[in-house]
Design a protein around this ligand. Sequence first.
Ligand code: CUA
Length: 329
Amino acid sequence: MLWRLVPLLAAMAFLLTGCGKENLSALRPQGPVAEEQLFLMKLSLGVMIFVFLVVMVIYVYVLLRYRKRKGQDIIPEQVEGNHVLEIVWTIIPVVLLLIIAVPTVAITFNLAKDYRGHEDALHVKVTAHQYWWEFEYPDLGIRTAQELVIPAGKFIAFDVISADVNHSFWIPTLGGKIDANAGITNTFYLKADEADQLLQGRCAELCGASHALMDFKVKTLSETDFNAWVAKMTAPAPAVPASAQRGEQIFKDNCLACHAVSAQGLSVGPNLAGFASRSTIAGILDHSDENLRKWLEDPQKEKPGNKMMIQKLSNDQIDELVKYLNTLK
Ligand code: CUA
């Protein structure tokens, strides 16, 4: 009977191999925090497997060795209490728990270190909104959204809060996660080892209709590239080309009330500075003119329950707007 389950288990194992995208899996760490967390997972999993195997071996042995045989009708000797055995099976779990507890406590305290103000750390303030992420670099005077740009090899000290309901900030390949709550600033740090990676981030707390769409990206840059990015984000905006000026006017009339286009501007909705260089639109759609049009036509369809209050625009207006938004490099 049981062997019939084998194909099912094989199919399930096969399905599981589809999980764990390189840039989205805690099992493929890209930085020291995620590496330490993975070590703790492997350690406790290893101890659990060891206990499971030992118990199963003894269990199966006893089951076979002492089972009632045909024609046998004796009651075995009844034993109660054995000091040596009882001490042994009390000490073994204590030792196993110590093996898990000592590194867990040490690493947990280490991961709770506060890197804010540390000279080798970059300070980033994360604000979670329904359903997007705002990133502010207070020391650099930059605000952006949906795409977190960080230098590789540097500690990033995060301050995480929420502007509305509870969310959770999670970059599986770098470590985490940490709650984003209104009125409480939670702090933690992460570090990426390699430059030129595009990692995925997620909201990890059920926060409403579009919780599953509350994604963001993390772009890691070399120190030089990061400094160039900072210079670009803080430089005065270049003049809008003539071909995009109609679009700019439409933007001013319809969008500017909520969306700043300069990295210094305060913004109710996602700040759009550098928008054209981002890899996604609204954190979920691949960055293309076609998807941008789709988004502008009906943002509620793409991300139900989001707070974008766009007026119905004509196709022509949307075309002009796309032209303008593409200039926000
Ligand atoms: Cu924000 Cu789930």
